[in-house]
Design a protein around this ligand. Structure first.
Ligand code: 25A
Ligand code: L14
Length: 335
């Protein structure tokens, strides 16, 4: 697309929405007009973008009557279910952060370093994967291409920012020793680990765990990979950490795996245990890369590998990944 697009940010006042604005600004995303949308609760408030104040408008059925080329949505599943189709009917392409559309057959689920080609067949909605899945598949992709992946065991250590302002408030209040009622979590998160993210399903897994399993298959385009997951909320504000145990189909040399990671876009290897160097949530926060360390053999199985993967869940796990999708999308749009 040669002309500058009109863009909308839906959920502009939220944790992810405000990060959309930061990332769009940092990457100098081209635009003619930008519209800030949120619920009625926030309509009339202002957000600042590129030094200019914008009044937030209420998202309604008529929000997309004006010409908008691309909308970045992060306002929860219910809002996406109702409004993304309305936007798409008006010719706007939605990059959606919720879990609402991810597993729909005609909706591409995209991580630009892994499956950018899937952007091309969108029918008006492109889904941004779950934050834990994004950083995991960036790490898995080069391994799958070279050796083939047989089985993956995910164990996650997830930050509270993934659950929005209420989750952040629960950790803050807990750390400050305030006797406030919990806003988001069923148990205190300060000083605790909760093996419970999103709702429990009939099979005993949480929805977050099932998202990691299903989305890994869809993004890598291979349902034959065996995947299991345990997702845990930890008292960390930003960045998800993951222990990933992998069985490869073919034998490998550790040095080759390290080189593979070093040469893959979006990955930074931090692996120098003699000097206590490994990826840390505090270091990843505020950045866009996926950090990999503790790269070592799993001696208990044939062709086994263990890695530790950390990324900022609100940036690479949500806002940055969505903006990267929008950047690639721009290349495919007609003038
Ligand atoms: O469970 P659900 O429904 O699927 O929702 C998932 C939630 O996860 C977040 C996102 O929350 C979403 O609401 N999310 C989505 N994808 C994510 C991802 N990949 C993700 N989080 C991490 N990774 P959020 O906090 O980021 O943003 C919410 C935004 O959505 C707007 N919104 C809500 N309902 C809407 C709607 N917009 C349009 N139509 C609707 N029906 C929401 O706007 C916000 O922008 P708002 O008007 O509700 O304004 C929120 C303002 O209020 C402040 N706030 C909220 N709760 C508290 C609070 N302040 C203090 N204490 C609180 N407890 C916010 O800071 C904001 O200013
Ligand atoms: O499916 O609470 O993208 O950390 C993102 C935030 C799921 C929950 C998603 C969290 C949500 C996740």
């Amino acid at each position: 697309m040669k002309r500058k697009p009109n863009i909308a940010v839906v959920g502009a006042t939220g944790v992810v929405g405000t990060t959309f604005l930061k990332v769009l600004e940092e990457r100098n995303f081209p635009f003619e007009n930008i519209y800030m949308m949120a619920s009625a609760r926030s309509a009339g408030t202002t957000v600042t973008f590129k030094g200019k104040e914008y009044v937030v408008e209420e998202l309604t059925e008529h929000s997309f009557d004006k010409p908008i080329d691309i909308a970045l949505f992060s306002a929860g599943g219910g809002t996406s279910a109702k409004f993304a189709p309305i936007a798409a009917e008006h010719g706007c392409i939605v990059v959606d952060n919720s879990s609402q559309w991810r597993m729909e057959k005609d909706v591409p689920l995209v991580v630009p370093e892994v499956n950018p080609q899937d952007i091309g067949w969108n029918k008006g909605i492109i889904a941004n994967p779950n934050c834990s899945t994004i950083q995991a598949v960036v790490a898995l992709k080069p391994l799958h291409d070279k050796y083939g992946i047989k089985r993956v065991v995910y164990s996650t250590y997830q930050a509270v920012s993934g659950s929005g302002m209420k989750g952040i408030n629960d950790l803050k209040n807990g750390l400050e020793g305030k006797d406030e009622p919990l806003q988001k979590f069923p148990h205190p998160i300060a000083g605790n680990c909760l093996p419970h993210i999103d709702v429990f399903m009939e099979n005993g897994y949480t929805k977050e765990e099932m998202k990691m399993i299903n989305e890994t298959h869809k993004i890598l385009g291979d349902d034959s990979i065996k995947v299991t997951a345990t997702t845990v909320r930890v008292p960390v504000f930003d960045s998800h950490s993951e222990s990933i145990n992998i069985e490869l189909n073919k034998p490998f040399e550790l040095e080759d795996v390290v080189e593979l990671f070093k040469n893959f876009p979006g990955i930074v290897v931090q692996d120098d245990v003699e000097n206590n160097v490994y990826p840390l949530a505090l270091d990843a926060a505020g950045t866009d890369e996926v950090y990999i360390g503790r790269i070592r053999r799993d001696f208990s199985v044939e062709n086994g590998l263990n890695i530790w993967v950390v990324a900022d869940n609100i940036r690479k796990g949500a806002a940055t990944n969505a903006v990267q999708i929008a950047e690639k999308l721009l290349e495919t749009l007609p003038d």
